[in-house]
Ligand binder design. Structure first.
Ligand SMILES: Nc1ncnc2c1ncn2[C@@H]1O[C@H](COP(=O)(O)OP(=O)(O)OP(=O)(O)O)[C@@H](O)[C@H]1O
Ligand SMILES: [Mg+2]
Length: 433
């Protein structure tokens, strides 16, 4: 990152800005950007601060973002003798003619593959048309927020006509044995059956995972084959490792054997998830209860997170730690969600949902009662709760969790305010041209 005096100003502007950026709703799904270089030439500290915050967002985790002040003039100067990055972002406070003039100068020094995003103040269709004619990929109207920048950069690399890009839902227990896997499997089952969304459960508990048992499958090695042959991973290879559980549900199973040990680097699962994301709309990760580089990375980079906690003190502490950490490392995302499970064990003193709500500053998404008969039958028969008893209240809870986690149960956010229609028009023009 280029260090300049302006960065002090950026930090100040960030500190001054009114609270955290508006978190992305579940319907506002932004696919992460690939490994690209982005250079922004800003004119205002507010825009520089937004780009700075965007560069720290999980979805731009692989991108290299540099920020500089000086707008288009600085950009033309910078690329006179050096190659241009994948993306140039230009802010201009000027009139339309000046913006277009600057772009024409930039065109002389810009490599053909470089995409240009312009941030300006003028909201005018004639300007849009001229920008499009000059090959500008996106025009954003200032003031821009963190997510506007994230969305613009990521959008450059995901084609509008491309297949739907998968959402990743990570489910993790606040303690071992709290029922995180059971809940992950039942939610995935509901997503596939009740919402008819193609889904994959990825069992990441390689040594002891139970997804194969729970879905009554005797699958191949699945996730182990993939993680131990990273060079072979592509969509076709992953497809062969999936075992089909129901119409819309597949499983990337754990070997659940102990003939080898499972120590992984932090990015061990990156390419598997990229491949899954490219072809399957919904990916449910059954993340084992452990804290390592890769579990942390999976949680931080997921689109949504569900922490499963039992009603005791250790669960409360751990759930709070997990939720706090994820909130602070994902400031532009929906907050991590949590549910309570195995509530109401006879004679057991328990911590109340209200206490959880107070400590975690959010109410639990669901409170699932302890039902040993129901859950025991399901586990031992290799069935889901809805298969054991479709009309049971708990089966309904899983359906509701499926809806919330896939964004079906939320009020749709008004998309993009005033800018929405104009940008849509610009996109249409781009497609037509
Ligand atoms: N609400 C419930 N009522 C009764 N039993 C439950 C409930 N939820 C889960 N169980 C049972 O608890 C046991 C542990 O569940 P599960 O394996 O899903 O937990 P986990 O958190 O994934 O554990 P691990 O830390 O080993 O991965 C299973 O036998 C499951 O059937
Ligand atoms: Mg488990």
């Amino acid at each position: 990152m280029i260090k300049h005096a302006h960065q002090v100003a950026v930090a100040e502007a960030t500190a001054m800005s009114a609270g955290p950026a508006e978190p992305a709703g579940a319907d506002d799904h932004i696919a992460p950007s690939p490994r690209v270089s982005v250079q922004a030439f800003c004119e205002t500290v507010e825009t520089a601060a937004a780009v700075q915050a965007a560069s720290e967002d999980r979805r731009l985790g692989k991108a290299h973002v540099k920020i500089q002040m000086g707008g288009a003039t600085a950009a033309v100067e910078a690329y006179r003798n050096s190659p241009t990055p994948n993306v140039i972002m230009l802010e201009s406070e000027n009139r339309a003619d000046d913006i277009l003039g600057a772009l024409d100068k930039l065109a002389e020094v810009c490599d053909p593959g470089t995409r240009v995003v312009v941030i300006g103040r003028i909201n005018d269709v004639t300007l849009y048309r001229e920008l499009t004619r000059r090959g500008v990929s996106e025009y954003l109207i200032a003031p821009v927020g963190t997510l506007d920048i994230v969305r613009a950069v990521c959008g450059l690399f995901s084609h509008p006509d491309a297949k739907p890009v998968g959402r990743i839902i990570a489910v993790v227990g606040a303690k071992g044995g709290v029922g995180a896997s059971t809940i992950a499997h039942n939610i995935a089952f509901a997503i596939a059956r009740d919402l008819a969304l193609d889904s994959v459960v990825t069992d990441l508990d390689l040594a002891f995972g139970t997804a194969g048992l729970d879905y009554n499958q005797d699958p191949p090695q699945g996730v182990a084959d993939a993680v131990f042959s990273p060079d072979r991973i592509d969509t076709a290879f992953i497809d062969r490792l999936l075992s089909k559980c129901t119409d819309h549900l597949s499983l990337l199973a754990a070997p659940a054997t102990l003939d080898r040990v499972y120590d992984f680097g932090a990015d061990a699962f990156d390419s598997i998830l990229d491949a899954l994301r490219g072809s399957i709309p919904c990916i449910v990760l059954d993340v084992p209860h452990q804290w390592s580089g890769w579990t942390r990375r999976l949680l931080v980079s997921a689109d949504d997170i569900l922490v499963v906690a039992g009603p005791d003190l250790a669960n409360l502490r751990n759930a709070k730690n997990i939720v706090d950490l994820l909130r602070s490392s994902r400031p532009n995302d929906r907050r991590p969600l949590y549910c309570l499970n195995q509530v109401g064990v006879p004679k057991r003193p328990e911590i109340t949902p209200a206490d959880f709500a107070k400590a975690l500053e959010d109410p639990p998404l669901a409170i699932i009662p302890f039902e040993p008969q129901l859950f025991g039958t399901a586990a031992n028969n290799g069935q889901m709760i809805a298969e054991v008893s479709a009309s049971h209240k708990t089966a309904d809870t899983f359906r509701q969790l499926a809806q919330v986690l896939t964004g079906r149960a939320e009020a749709k956010r008004a998309s993009g305010g005033m800018l929405g229609p104009l940008l849509a028009k610009l996109k249409m023009m781009k497609r037509a041209g």
